[in-house]
Design a protein around this ligand. Structure first.
Ligand code: GLN
Length: 553
């Protein structure tokens, strides 16, 4: 008989945004480092079917998987930490669950019964959790529950977990609760009461946590640990101090200090194994001890909303490590940049990235920034909309196509160099209808992209409706633009470059989604390296100037 799959539920209390996703991913890494095969799934209690139609202000980045689903950004943390590809089975929303049950009801599958939250919704939740554990050969499945304990819409999920634990047995399941221990400066005390209340709330539903991860900004005193343990019915060794860290990648190492991996294995009866975190430790050491400092400008629309660019930010951390550098990101507000003032935004950056985005707002600023980067040999990396804006810039200023544009920004443009994809013309529904997921791309040998990847066939993840209009491709090429990568089946343009430029690469896909700790995305790695090169070149130029001023020195 095969050994039972272990299920670890990660819940959150007191306040949201405590980092449940990173906590789950970190403990996942600790099990993975012991050679266990793990995955993580996220249950989101909101009624949207997926986050694809939500505003970035509501939801942050939409993370796209290889199999083309639009998911919660926590799935990005899971992939970056545990190096397991996520799929449609790793993110379930209340919207999807209700949709499935209601469709079944319409088909008459419930044979006249009243359809209810218990058992029909809870059964569907349990079925989805179990499916992940049963389909692949996982030793352990983490289940992160979105929201905070006590949320009304989270209740069916909590009830389903209570039943799931009964079905699978306590010995095969555990609950890790992430909580906050606030410090009150006026009384100079750490307060454990919110944690006690949040655990009380869990226990009201019939869930007893096995481990508490206590977020604090200072050390957790033993007396507090014991108090929490007593009031929450958890053994003191299972009350873990989870201090704020400068880098999220330190968190698995901090948990390791408190033997979290070992304690989880012991609690679940997983065999005791050595853990290997050597590579991870080296990576974190490099994050903390860079040799170079480099600043990259990111010109997007949501400059105040860093969660919208989560994977890009992390990809730069990974790429920094490969280049022994700390990459500092400077957020450029695309609505402030024009062709006339662009130079002033470049005084302290060594590279420019224009990320993905939607809608016309800020597009002219992005085009102006790209114009400056192109003309001044500043390394440029265009992602999705960033490729499309680079095409518009090139068409207008190099090919002489005045008012060239994307039909997304101006439907009446005389030169629609970026246009709606054939397959998108009849699309009327917004949710899940873009070109999504992994698509093949064939790279031209001798291109910068080929130099980065080291192979001609790649597959990268997409999320867009518009594309380079192939009727302009020959004109773009005649004027010096290189089509460095195309989709072998459709001929769609996937990668563009300027061969004469130090590093100017635009991609129609989202490479940031595949960058991982100890497996940096090659384009981010090479872009950062080009930015360092550019910075060095400028320093050399400055030295030359000094020499010219003082010829005898
Ligand atoms: N808005 C553009 C499109 O739909 C680009 C999308 C993106 O950058 N993800 O094609």
């Amino acid at each position: 008989m095969s050994r039972p799959v272990k299920y670890i539920f990660v819940t959150g209390g007191v306040v949201s945004s405590l980092g449940k996703g990173i906590a789950a991913a970190s403990i996942g890494r600790l099990l993975k480092s012991r050679g266990f095969n793990v995955t993580i799934l996220k249950l989101d209690p909101y009624l949207n079917v997926d986050p694809g139609t939500m505003s970035p202000y509501q939801h942050g980045e939409v993370y796209v998987t290889d199999d083309g689903v639009e998911t919660d950004l926590d799935l990005g943390h899971y992939e970056r930490f545990i190096h397991t590809n996520m799929t449609a089975d790793n993110n379930h929303t209340a919207g999807q669950i209700y949709e499935t049950v209601i469709k079944r009801e319409r088909k008459g599958d419930y044979l006249g019964k009243t359809v209810q939250v218990i058992p029909h919704i809870t059964d569907e939740i349990k079925r989805r959790i179990l499916k992940v554990g049963e389909t692949k050969n996982y030793d352990a499945v983490f289940v992160e529950v979105g929201g905070t304990i006590g949320d009304i819409e989270g209740q069916p999920f909590m009830e389903a977990i209570r039943q799931f634990i009964l079905d699978q047995g306590r010995e095969n399941t555990m609950i890790i609760h992430l909580t906050l221990i606030p410090y009150l400066s006026h009384s100079g005390e750490m307060k454990t009461k919110p944690t006690q209340h949040s655990v009380m709330k869990l226990r009201e539903i019939g869930l007893q946590p096995d481990m508490l991860l206590c977020r604090t900004d200072r050390p957790l005193e033993n007396s507090d640990r014991e108090k929490i343990a007593l009031f929450c019915s958890v053994s003191p060794e299972m009350v873990i101090e989870a201090r704020d860290e400068n880098t999220i990648y330190q968190i698995p190492l901090s948990y390791q200090k408190y033997a979290v991996g070992e304690k989880v294995c012991r609690r679940l009866g997983l065999p005791e194994r050595e853990s290997d975190l050597k590579g991870w430790k080296k990576f974190v050491h490099k994050v903390k001890n860079p040799t170079h400092y480099i600043r990259i400008g990111i010109c997007g629309k949501y400059t105040e909303l860093k969660d919208s660019y989560k994977s890009i930010i992390e990809a730069f951390v990974h790429a920094g490590v490969d280049n022994d550098a700390k990459v500092e990101l400077k957020w450029l507000d695309s609505e402030e940049i024009t062709l006339d003032n662009a130079a002033k935004f470049f005084t302290d950056i060594s590279g420019l990235l224009v990320p993905g985005g939607f809608g016309e707002r800020g597009s002219e600023g992005k085009i102006a920034a790209i114009n400056y980067a192109r003309k001044n040999n500043v390394p440029y990396f265009g992602i999705c909309l960033g490729l499309q804006c680079a095409i518009i810039e090139f068409a207008r200023h190099v090919c002489g196509l005045k008012n060239a544009n994307s039909t997304e920004f101006n439907e009446k443009t005389p030169h629609p160099v970026i246009d709606l994809m054939e397959t998108q013309i009849d699309v009327t529904e917004m949710g899940g209808t873009m070109r999504l997921g992994a698509w093949d791309c064939k790279l031209e040998k001798d291109s910068k992209a080929y130099a980065a990847y080291g192979k001609t066939m790649i597959a990268e993840r997409h999320r867009h409706r518009y594309e380079v209009n192939n009727s302009y491709v020959s004109l773009l090429k005649e004027n010096g633009l290189r089509i460095a990568g195309t989709n072998p089946d459709s001929g769609l343009v996937e990668v563009i470059e300027l061969p004469e430029h130090l590093w100017f690469v635009g991609v129609q896909y989202h490479p940031e989604l595949k960058s991982r700790v100890l497996d940096t995305h090659p384009l981010f790695r090479d872009f950062v390296s080009a930015a360092i090169q550019h910075k060095m070149n400028l320093i050399e130029l400055d030295f030359d100037d000094v020499d010219a001023d003082h010829p005898c020195s």
